[in-house]
Ligand binder design. Structure first.
Ligand code: HEC
Ligand code: HEC
Length: 217
């Protein structure tokens, strides 16, 4: 009798434990529309002044976020904040460290989903003399300097690839240029690939490829 009771109890406990594990392991169902709505609220309160209501920053001082891949945006928001125990963030920027620090992990995902759902407005290449060099570098790299083709990762039209490579098309040339300079100079250390590539680019090559990318759509 006692043995049976123990067995029954054990079965009940086992059942409860399995139930708990299953509930924890099963992915929480999150509605994308819900994420986007929550993200829009954060964006309109905290980010719109610089990045524009729909993620199309109105001037080159701030990057456009509209249409960028959500995983990439989320990663940047994580990278702007120093990891526990680290003095420096992987991507050093005082303004964005301040804003990203105020966001919970869920906030970061929500605001990333919102910007990804928006449409980027195009820019244009401005420097006719340089844009041809920029196109050469973008499409074919610089074989003599072991610079790979940008298109190889960021795509022929600069659309990138979700979860792996950011969209570059239509971004302000000034911002793209500043990022390549920051990868090269070590202020932005969140991509070993981009650190290695930018190290082999001259100022003029950086300007040229940044101008070309602005005109991609
Ligand atoms: C005071 C202006 C300002 C505000 C407000 C601001 N940002 Fe930024 N943000 C910037 C600047 C400037 C950069 C470029 C930083 C750099 O050079 O690395 C940037 C970069 C970013 C990037 C990286 C973009 C990329 O292509 O890699 C993300 C993501 C971002 N901001 C999200 C946000 C979010 C979300 C908010 C609101 C919670 C916000 N920002 C508020 C100025 C601002
Ligand atoms: C081997 C793949 C690869 C190649 C080739 C490559 N990139 Fe990248 N690039 C990346 C990855 C990955 C990131 C995202 C880094 C991160 O996580 O922040 C990136 C990020 C960038 C960014 C930052 C975008 C933003 O919104 O801040 C710029 C600008 C950029 N790349 C330009 C270029 C240019 C120009 C070339 C060609 C000279 C190039 N890349 C070649 C993989 C590559």
């Amino acid at each position: 009798m006692a043995a049976r009771a123990v067995a029954a109890l054990a079965a009940t406990v086992l059942f409860a434990v399995c139930g708990a594990v299953q509930a924890q392991g099963a992915p929480k169902k999150i509605d994308l529309a819900d994420r986007i709505a929550k993200g829009q609220q954060i964006a309109s309160q905290a980010c719109a002044a610089c990045h524009g209501a729909d993620g199309n920053a109105t001037g080159p001082a701030n990057p456009k976020l509209a249409g960028q891949h959500a995983d990439y945006l989320y990663k940047q928001l994580v990278n702007f904040v120093p990891k526990p125990g680290d003095k420096q963030a992987e991507r050093v920027n005082a303004i964005m460290m301040g804003f990203a620090s105020t966001l919970s992990d869920d906030d970061k995902r929500n605001v990333a989903a919102f910007y990804a759902s928006q449409t980027k407005k195009p820019s244009a290449a401005k420097d006719k003399a340089l844009v041809e060099l920029g196109q050469q570098i973008y499409r074919g790299g610089i074989p003599g300097k072991q610079v790979p083709s940008c298109a190889g990762c960021h795509g022929p039209a600069g659309a990138g690839m979700p979860a792996q490579y950011p969209r570059l098309a239509g971004q302000w040339a000034e911002y793209t240029e500043s990022q390549l300079v920051q990868f090269r100079g070590g202020q932005r250390m969140n991509s070993a690939q981009m650190t290695a590539i930018s190290a082999r680019l001259s100022d003029r090559e950086i300007k040229a490829v940044a101008d070309y990318v602005a005109g991609l759509r």
